[in-house]
Design a protein around this ligand. Structure first.
Ligand SMILES: Nc1ncnc2c1ncn2[C@@H]1O[C@H](COP(=O)(O)OP(=O)(O)OP(=O)(O)O)[C@@H](O)[C@H]1O
Ligand SMILES: [Mg+2]
Length: 350
């Protein structure tokens, strides 16, 4: 398949009446990338995807595919395929007819169409279901049918909007791994919308984090997890979410909950900060921040401990439930390098 599929959005503004859904979006997606658009509900992910597909006009800015300006090009002229959350299969057509439909629309002869349908169905593992109708398929099989219909035309760009959200948890995890393999084997660019941060973390080469119609951070899942650009991104990425505590920074130490603890970052800075520590980076120690054990969620192979710390609930993830009891007073510490510091006014990383 084609190795192209470079996407550039420059200053894209989208308004619905007086409401601004996208505030001047800049985004670059490289050929062959599995790129996730991640963000809370209403942050502009679907809008962005629909603009790439040509299903939505823009109020300002440009969209480029492989360096060609397609801002005003019709969907059919863009050589992209979109898979919707609802799959949008035609109920009266067989699976084969559904998959072959995009080829029929462009007048592909029946023999070539049939071969392409077979090939696409085989790639997603539904070659044995071609004579059924969508109503006779499971949710996962319908999802594969929609995927096969998208790959049959060999587009340069795939746009997927929460394609797994109708599947149960186990199937979702299996299918996302398959999707990843499929994308690799096709060598095609995939833009994948999800509000599930774990899903984005596990499948994406890179991702853009959306908040309120803006891209607030772009990078590999790992780099964003390790260095979230703001307290909002830090709270959104990671399960359970990062603990956020009001603190004072001075001379490489944070003063938090009456304790003074060293931090590695932000040397030379001082003032009011928000201290972020991931649950997996908190540990119980002989001294440090005084806290009280509130509740222990024993997950079998690990445990999440809920604690009260300076009138606030924090979470600690441990390898096991340890010898803790509810109501027990303890002290908490963290590695200096595990502290994330954010400006308490702007929320931006120091
Ligand atoms: N046709 C429309 N008219 C008015 N507002 C709209 C319209 N379409 C979308 N919006 C608004 O634009 C914002 C972004 O919507 P969008 O569908 O892109 O969000 P999303 O990030 O995909 O959210 P979700 O995760 O819930 O699917 C939302 O606040 C939504 O209400
Ligand atoms: Mg959406």
């Amino acid at each position: 398949m084609k190795q192209s599929g470079n996407v550039r959005m420059e200053g894209v503004v989208k308004q619905h009446g007086s409401f601004t859904a996208l505030h001047g979006l800049d985004l670059e997606i490289r050929p062959g990338e599995f790129f996730a658009l991640l963000g809370p509900s209403g942050s502009g992910k679907t809008t962005t995807l629909r603009i790439l597909a040509g299903l939505e006009s823009v109020n300002a800015g440009r969209v480029l595919l492989d360096n060609a300006d397609v801002t005003h090009a019709e969907p059919g002229a863009r050589d992209v395929a979109m898979v919707f959350q609802s799959y949008a299969l035609y109920p009266h057509m067989t699976v084969a007819e559904n998959i072959g439909f995009p080829l029929k629309m462009i007048g592909t002869p029946i023999a070539a169409r049939s071969a392409a349908v077979q090939d696409a169905a085989a790639k997603v593992g539904i070659a044995h279901l071609l004579s059924r109708r969508p109503g006779q398929l499971s949710g996962g099989q319908q999802q594969r049918c929609a995927l096969a219909r998208a790959i049959v035309r060999q587009p340069r760009l795939f746009l997927l909007d929460e394609p797994l959200s109708n599947l149960d948890a186990k199937l979702r995890i299996e299918t996302r791994a398959e999707l990843r393999r499929l994308q690799r084997s096709l060598g095609v660019t995939m833009v994948y919308v999800t509000h599930d941060q774990e899903e984005a973390m596990t499948v994406a080469d890179r991702m853009a984090v959306f908040m309120e119609g803006r891209v607030v951070q772009v990078g590999t899942p790992k780099s964003i997890f390790q260095r979230p650009a703001s307290a909002a991104v830090a709270s959104f990425i990671g399960t359970p979410p990062m603990n956020m505590l009001p603190a004072r920074l001075e001379a490489g130490m944070v003063e938090v909950a009456g304790a003074r603890l060293p931090v590695a970052e932000a040397a030379g800075k001082s003032g009011a900060v928000t201290l972020g520590v991931r649950p997996g980076d908190l540990r119980i120690a002989p001294d440090g921040m005084p806290a009280t054990v509130e509740f222990i969620e024993d997950l079998g192979d690990s445990a999440v401990v809920l604690l009260q710390l300076a009138g606030q609930q924090v979470k600690l993830r441990a390898g096991n439930a340890q010898a803790l009891t509810e109501g027990q007073p303890v002290f908490l510490r963290f590695d200096p390098a595990a502290a994330h510091l954010f400006d308490s006014a702007s929320g931006l990383r120091l």
